[in-house]
Design a protein around this ligand. Structure first.
Ligand code: SIB
Ligand code: ZN
Length: 430
């Protein structure tokens, strides 16, 4: 039996209706065994957490972690130019080892900013899975599939290899999805094949949707439909859990088509702002009963994987869009980044709130800082003032991945060295 006791922290469980309270958390074999005031249980290790808030780890529902190697290499471009002229040529040079180190760099940033689980869509996914395994973080992994050339079968085979070989690995830390990349890169025939397979084997789907106006125009010209109608007509929303990344350009009837869907939308506000994409109809989606979680997208576009930046951007954008500061209050934004995101990854029975029986995926945030005092309202402080740099400790499955801002499972100097040399090779001459 392995035990960990966290003492004297302000606990924010994110369970609906529960207020923050002072107390302790006892973790046994990776799960929360007790939460409450003055616990006296024996433990192999005790963390004294005075002036710290304990909350569920943040869950990043849309990422391409390996693209951290391409951070700040190409910015201030339109999405399609950025993708076609910069990212795809650099990605064409990426080896399996590059993906391992790029993902590890991304994971290091996530652990350091309080993210305990992420969804990733990329290539060389066995290298991504290995990086997840080695670092101790939790992830939902997807082999992104573009079906514009005639080697779709190889892509499908790789996607299924990932699912067959890695689902459940790392004591259940790794889950998997099928990932057709986007409506504009997946024609009807192969996309329908993926959807049918997902139905048959009950595998969740992860896809980009309606990120830009240009995407809408392309799909209109090809199929005389909106991107959402295109997916809907192919049967994507019938009975499969679907993770939709972005969903910025949805009209009223698109939102209605998503009503009752399984899964939901990964909102990526910083990426959407930076690429000038637009403001997703978050309020309308939530009103239609669609689950909305949060993600960053890859650091190649977003530049940062700090989920606290997403929390702020999400609430600011909705307030601005509706001209109403009461829209998406602090607590709702924090829920989107925790339990709602857990629902999108279909892991909400295990993580997303601090509750007895759940896996111990949690973070400690240091409040002993000028920008986090005085403590009138912890939810408002966390949503509107905290940043990833305020995270002191990150725990996944009961294992400490960062403590007092020191990595416990990762070797930072090695990551930095590998990332720097590999990144400069990838972009040379581009
Ligand atoms: N190129 C792969 C598909 C990889 S999936 C992940 C892809 O998503 C791309 N990507 C990253 N961010 C975005 C975004 O915001 N919108 C659309 N695609 C993106 C990324 O560059 C990467 O190529 C194939 O041959 O099948
Ligand atoms: Zn993306």
């Amino acid at each position: 039996m392995k035990t960990l006791l966290i003492k004297d922290c302000m606990i924010l469980t994110m369970v609906e209706g529960e207020k923050p309270f002072l107390g302790d958390i006892w973790i046994v074999d990776g799960r929360i065994a007790k939460i409450g005031p003055s616990l006296e249980e024996e433990a192999d290790r005790v963390i004294l957490a005075k002036n710290r808030v304990a909350m569920p780890g943040l869950i990043n529902t849309h990422n391409h972690a390996s693209m951290s190697l391409l951070r700040a290499f190409s910015d201030d471009l339109k999405l399609m130019d950025w993708l076609d002229k910069k990212m795809l040529p650099a990605e064409a040079r990426m080896t399996r080892e590059d993906v391992y180190w790029g993902t590890t760099l991304g994971i290091a940033e996530m652990i350091a900013s309080g993210t305990t689980a992420f969804a990733d869509m990329y290539v060389h996914m066995d290298a991504v899975a290995q990086a997840v395994l080695d670092s101790g973080i939790r992830a939902s992994l997807t082999r992104g599939m573009v079906f514009l050339e005639d080697d779709g079968e190889r892509r499908m085979a790789e996607a299924l290899d990932l699912i067959d070989n890695w689902t459940g690995a790392g004591d259940g830390r790794i889950t998997t999805m099928l990932g057709p990349h986007a409506p504009y890169t997946c024609p009807p025939k192969p996309l329908q094949g993926v959807i049918e397979l997902a139905h048959k084997r009950q595998i969740p789907l992860h896809i980009h949707l309606a990120e830009t106006i240009e995407e809408g125009e392309k799909i209109r010209a090809r199929y005389n439909q909106t991107p959402t109608e295109y997916l809907h007509e192919l049967g994507m929303f019938h009975d499969t859990h679907v993770l939709l990344a972005h969903a910025v350009h949805l009209n009223e009837s698109d939102v209605a088509l998503l009503r009752g869907m399984r899964g939901g939308v990964a909102h990526n506000p910083v990426s959407n702002l930076k690429l000038g994409c637009g403001i997703a109809p978050v309020r309308e989606l939530i009103e239609a009963g669609v689950t909305v979680g949060m993600g960053t997208d890859g650091a190649g576009s977003a530049t940062t994987l700090d989920m606290f930046a997403e929390i702020k951007a999400a609430t600011w954008m909705q307030k601005l869009k509706h001209g109403d500061p009461t829209v998406l209050p602090a607590e709702s934004a924090l829920r989107m980044a925790t339990i709602e995101s857990a629902k999108l990854l279909a892991i909400d029975h295990e993580v997303g709130t601090l509750e007895v029986g759940k896996r111990a995926d949690l973070i400690l945030i240091d409040l002993d800082k000028p920008h986090l005092q005085p403590v009138h309202d912890i939810l408002a402080l966390l949503a509107y003032s905290a940043t990833g740099a305020d995270v002191d400790t990150t725990i996944v499955n009961g294992e400490i991945l960062m403590h007092q801002r020191q990595f416990q499972t990762l070797q930072w100097e090695e990551i930095k060295r590998e990332a720097t040399t590999r990144a400069s090779r990838l972009v040379e001459g581009l």
